[in-house]
Design a protein around this ligand. Sequence first.
Ligand code: SF4
Ligand code: SF4
Ligand code: SF4
Length: 254
Amino acid sequence: MLKEYGILFDVNLCLGCGSCYEACKEANNLPETNDDFLKDHLSESTFTVVEQYGEHFARKLCMHCNEPACESVCLVGAIKKSETGAVVYDADKCIGCRYCMQACPQKIPRYEWGSTNPRIRKCILCHTRVKAGKLPACSEICPTEATLFGSMEKIIEVAQNRIKNNPENYYPKIYGLEEAGGGHVLVISPVPFEKLGYTSDIPKKSMPEFTMQAMEKIPGVVMGGGVFLSAMYWLTKRKNQIAKENNLNSQGKN
Ligand code: SF4
Ligand code: SF4
Ligand code: SF4
């Protein structure tokens, strides 16, 4: 069995150079979306961003939750927790219902609004590279180990030691270890995490309540009986409707 891996992001060590952002684009064949990487946002073409908060820089990407709310609401099994800890997806299975977007407590998944066959998109922790024994592109390129990849045991130990050995430089908490039941992207920082735009009001438990909130928005799903088929019918109809709307929109622009 493969080990479970993750990323430790250390705000103290980040130079704000943007190499991780560029490397992610290249590794995932994503187009350029902004001349200034510091002004870019997560999108179907941007799986990670570097944001500036005064003198500090903060990376945002999928947290690869231990019990992903996005996976639990996906009726067609397009999103899966992998054996390495990465939360991956099969774009061919995705029917574009966007319940994962509603369920994610970190608001990570993005949608291909401009496509006639829209899919959900997000960081996959460079799953294919990791399985081939390589580092994630963002971690490989980082010049300072601000983005450090390793086994979960290793990155937790590194995070704990950095905080313990330099208490004056670190806020005494590892973000991502407990939020939403914990995940595979951890953050350490000199300041409280909400000052860097990290969502701070996430319960420590995994997210069944988020799942239910999202599922309740699907007509008939929580009523039991015949549920799955009616939900599938509704979702497929919705996907076709979105594709049709996008077609009409793009024709209107021409
Ligand atoms: S952060 Fe959101 S998209 Fe990423 S695994 Fe967790 S629930 Fe899914
Ligand atoms: S792990 Fe891979 S997909 Fe995720 S942000 Fe880093 S380079 Fe991009
Ligand atoms: S490559 Fe490393 S130092 Fe540069 S912005 Fe990304 S995390 Fe920060």
